[in-house]
Ligand binder design. Sequence first.
Ligand SMILES: NC(=O)C1=CN([C@@H]2O[C@H](COP(=O)(O)OP(=O)(O)OC[C@H]3O[C@@H](n4cnc5c(N)ncnc54)[C@H](OP(=O)(O)O)[C@@H]3O)[C@@H](O)[C@H]2O)[C@@H](O)CC1
Ligand SMILES: Nc1ncnc2c1ncn2[C@@H]1O[C@H](COP(=O)(O)OP(=O)(O)O)[C@@H](O)[C@H]1O
Ligand SMILES: [Mg+2]
Length: 285
Amino acid sequence: MTQTQEIKEDILKKVIKTRPSNSYKGKFGRILLIGGSENYGGAIIMATEGAINAGAGLTAVATRSINLTALHARDPEAMYIDWQDRNLPELIKKMDVIVCGPGLGSSRVALQIMQMLKANVAAQQTVVLDASALDLISNDKTLLPGKAGHLILTPHQMEWQRLSQINIPFQTDSANLTALKQLNSVGNTTLVLKSNHTHIYTEDGKIFVNPTGNPGMATGGMGDTLAGIIGGFIAQFGFQADNILAAVYLHSLAGDVLYRDHYLVKPTQISQLLPKLMKKYAEQD
Ligand SMILES: NC(=O)C1=CN([C@@H]2O[C@H](COP(=O)(O)OP(=O)(O)OC[C@H]3O[C@@H](n4cnc5c(N)ncnc54)[C@H](OP(=O)(O)O)[C@@H]3O)[C@@H](O)[C@H]2O)[C@@H](O)CC1
Ligand SMILES: Nc1ncnc2c1ncn2[C@@H]1O[C@H](COP(=O)(O)OP(=O)(O)O)[C@@H](O)[C@H]1O
Ligand SMILES: [Mg+2]
């Protein structure tokens, strides 16, 4: 098995580039985030803030209509569609990246959304699956949207236990790689297994560990934010393993910067800090 490599800070210089003068929003990708049931509206808002602040060109959100006012009050940059709107399948087809799961819940509507997502994604798209989307797939593996060009799964350890059937203490690199292959034999899936030392298993079988992050980040919504940042990086910079590594590293680096003088770190503070941190690394390219 390949050796686990630590992600290094220079990944940020490599991935984050100065924007050319003739840039416009269409150059930095279209992303759709799907989630936010009645009880978990904050999750999809936090994921959306991650995507916008990571630099996605155009950001749309499909959520339960009750979340619209809060979403627009916080993030007027985001476009909105009711997640039961019959035009959602057509919108999905126009996207570069779809992030599905933060606060999605396990209702009948959530299940229908997963089925609809699977039926409408295509090879030129990347799908990031987080939270409730992963739990729905744990119950029914056929829901995995295998026709997407690239899939990125972002479970925490319990979500990965449900998905892989590997109990948390037994989640070793070799067991995780084997389970990932069983889950998706096509090999177009990246696993971002979150913990205090997040491990990333790339499509080509490489394994990376994230050295940044801190216990101040143990705050609800931190993973929702990461899903948005990963989606935002893929929308903006395209699909590359390096872009996923950079997103994971930057999310926790922002957490570390805040942790220097904050006892706890709020996910929304991480998103707010991203444009400033990204500017610093863009200037080093
Ligand atoms: N503001 C909002 O709207 C928010 C909405 N959210 C939305 O809530 C939905 C449910 O997601 P979820 O992650 O909260 O619940 P679930 O998947 O049951 O996991 C918790 C269980 O797993 C266990 N556990 C063991 N190891 C663990 C680990 N390393 N990391 C985490 N947990 C670990 C843990 O054990 P315990 O804490 O009991 O020791 C517990 O038994 C989902 O849609 C999500 O997007 C949240 O994002 C929060 C903010
Ligand atoms: N002690 C810690 N050290 C480093 N990172 C942490 C720590 N606790 C949580 N995190 C990070 O916070 C995020 C938690 O994700 P998740 O459990 O999905 O949160 P939520 O579902 O509440 O949004 C992950 O990115 C994880 O790496
Ligand atoms: Mg989560």
